[in-house]
Design a protein around this ligand. Structure first.
Ligand code: SAM
Length: 368
């Protein structure tokens, strides 16, 4: 019998004996850094509130032992909302004719970096749709300029699938990190989320190229994406345990009103928090953001993400007038001056006992 869809599974309420078994699995995950697929399925099937609290407390201990109470902040620059791809879940997909499009020039991107640097940011994350106008040469030139102006900063790219030669050129120009979520580790599920022609195989080939080239590499997925089952999530976690990426981006799926998934339910915040904890236990040194999508899904959830084991937050350095055009999902926050947002997050992290730090925050392996 196929496992039920994530969105159909109520979270709380597993019987006590199942909870006991899950705790043993959580302990085993902490000790071994991996679990067989069937055990992941057990762990992810309707965890009780106690299971989630147990994983959260273990994960918070691990994060503290690795990073103390430090949370790294990254400056996100969304530099183009043009996209040649047509991912069914995404608000800036090519087929969304209502989406307003914009591009930042290299000078505008540099201006965002300058403001971020002034406020203490030491990592710039350049993200965009897959926009052919930013050729290999153009992106390389932007990376080179940022590298020259800010030699003490990390440069992260999140610009989708490119050739290995292009990735190599970005790395040689001074980019350090690359985020490319695998989206789902099940190829049939992948095909239901993406148009024909996109494959999980090519996504994974990109991730392997990025790692081999020497990037601090980030994979990840949405929790509660349409058609997702417990088996799919279990496969995602097995994939992460094998790939051992330096960064993992996980947030709930949130619907966008101008996509084919407009009427699909949002992913569960509680399940997302549980999975963040499991990832921290599996990969103790991983750079794990408490994502914007998580903070959007429920007030205070960004802080809950940190308490569940995440150790990174990303704040938007993009020009305020362009932010409403980079709408991946409904209700994505777009307002706020960078300086005020930075201070607000610093204060909210302080209230839960964490310190927002502005150093590069490299993965410990890369820092060595
Ligand atoms: N184009 C680049 C890429 O494909 O990696 C980077 C930009 S892409 C918009 C960044 C991430 O946003 C995707 O990997 C996806 O997981 C997430 N995303 C897109 N639509 C979303 C939605 N409706 N809800 C939550 N996350 C979404």
């Amino acid at each position: 019998m196929p496992l039920p869809l994530i969105s159909e599974r109520p979270l709380p309420g597993a019987p006590a004996d199942v909870t006991g078994a899950r705790r043993q699995l959580i302990d085993r995950l902490s000790a071994d850094g991996r679990l067989p697929l069937g055990d992941w399925e057990t762990l992810l099937s309707s965890p009780s509130q106690e299971d989630r609290a147990y994983a959260r407390d273990r994960a918070a201990e691990v994060a503290r032992s690795q990073f103390g109470n430090r949370v790294f902040v990254r400056g996100l620059i969304e530099f183009s909302s043009h996209c040649r791809q047509d991912c069914l879940y995404c608000g800036i997909r090519k087929s969304n004719r209502d989406a307003e499009r914009y591009r930042l020039s290299p000078d505008e991107i540099l201006a965002c970096c300058a403001e971020g640097y002034r406020l203490g940011y030491r990592t710039f994350v350049l993200q965009s749709g897959e926009d052919a106008r930013y050729t290999t040469e153009v992106v390389t030139d932007i990376v080179r300029r940022i590298r020259a102006a800010y030699p003490d900063c990390a440069i992260t790219l999140s610009i989708g699938e490119r050739s290995r030669a292009a990735y190599q050129q970005f790395f040689d120009a001074g980019a350090n990190r690359f985020l490319l979520r695998h989206e789902t580790a099940d190829s049939e599920h992948y095909d239901r989320l993406h148009p024909a022609g996109r494959t999980l195989e090519s996504r994974l080939a990109c991730l392997s190229d990025l790692k081999e080239i020497g990037f601090q590499t980030g994979a990840g997925f949405m929790v509660g994406s349409p058609f997702q089952t417990v088996n799919h999530l279990a496969k995602d976690l097995v994939l992460l345990s094998e790939l051992r990426p330096h960064m993992v981006g996980i947030g709930p799926f949130l619907p966008h009103h101008r996509t084919p998934f407009a009427d699909q339910p949002a992913g569960s915040v509680d399940l997302t928090l549980f999975i963040l904890s499991l990832v921290r236990l599996m990969l103790p040194t991983v750079l794990l953001p408490s994502t914007t999508a998580l903070g959007t899904a429920r007030a205070g959830a960004r802080e809950s993400g940190i308490q569940a084991g995440a150790n990174v937050v990303m704040l938007n350095l993009s020009p305020p007038e362009q932010r409403p055009k980079y709408l991946l999902y409904d209700n994505k926050p777009v307002s706020g001056e960078v300086v005020e947002m930075t201070e607000a997050v610093r204060r909210s992290l302080g209230r839960i006992g964490y310190e927002m730090v502005v150093d590069r925050g490299d993965h410990p392996e890369a820092a060595r």
